[in-house]
Write a protein that binds this ligand. Structure first.
Ligand code: MTE
Ligand code: MO
Length: 203
């Protein structure tokens, strides 16, 4: 398998090798469809909305969607695993790597966690070290088109090493924290660590 196809797409579908030999995590079934899972409807991004970064950083900042699209971007082929049991393989997401945003903000040495905030009030938290790794993107493109709004367009997070509830759709805020905190589903009994290959579904 090559890492980069001729069109510049990076192939991250072998990420599972960190956790074993099974591309499809235990208890998951493959689907060709791309189901939608939202706690309540599809919010829309208005002119008053912006992408904001704050917390334990030197330079909090705010970007319009237009400015966001001017940042260096990558396209990656990744697998997507939903905690309810379906996996969609070979999703091509285009967007900005988490590390790019962290570098711009100048993250404090004592920052250890990240809380993602979304337009629908959804939140989810990951350790900083789980965000700065390869594969965590702020995605605005899917399969060569704009990311559909029900899948989190105009902007969402994708986390191929975690169940998909760790990827906030309609993400509008990134808060760097010095301590861990629980997000929307994590407070309601889902696993805070969410590793699909260890079947970390419930907390
Ligand atoms: N803002 C927001 N992000 C969210 C959710 C949500 O309800 N609101 N649902 C999560 C869950 S539980 C899953 S499985 C994935 C589903 O992404 P999809 O609808 O694109 O399949 O988004 C996650 N991100
Ligand atoms: Mo989910």
């Amino acid at each position: 398998m090559t890492d980069t196809r001729t069109d510049g797409t990076e192939d991250l579908t072998d990420l599972y090798r960190e956790y074993g030999d099974q591309r499809l995590p235990p208890g998951q079934r493959e689907t060709d469809a791309f189901p939608v899972l939202s706690k309540a409807g599809t919010p829309s991004w208005g002119p008053e909305n912006a992408f904001e970064v704050w917390g334990a950083v030197d330079e909090p900042f705010s970007l319009s969607l237009e400015a966001f699209r001017d940042l260096p971007a990558v396209t990656q082929k990744q697998d997507f695993h939903c905690v309810t049991g379906w996996s969609k393989l070979d999703c091509a997401f285009t967007g900005v790597e988490f590390a790019e945003i962290a570098n711009r903000a100048g993250v404090h040495a004592d920052a250890e966690h990240v809380m993602f905030h979304a337009l629908d009030g959804y939140t989810t938290d990951l350790p900083l070290a789980e965000c700065t790794r390869e594969g965590v993107l702020f995605a605005y493109g899917y399969d060569g088109d704009d990311l559909p709004s029900d899948h989190g367009g105009p902007l969402r997070v994708v986390t191929p090493h975690k169940y998909a509830y760790k990827g906030a759709k309609w993400v509008c805020g990134v808060e760097f924290l010095t301590e861990s905190a629980l997000g929307y589903w994590e407070k309601r009994g889902y696993s805070d660590t969410a590793n699909p290959w260890n079947e970390e579904r419930y907390g």
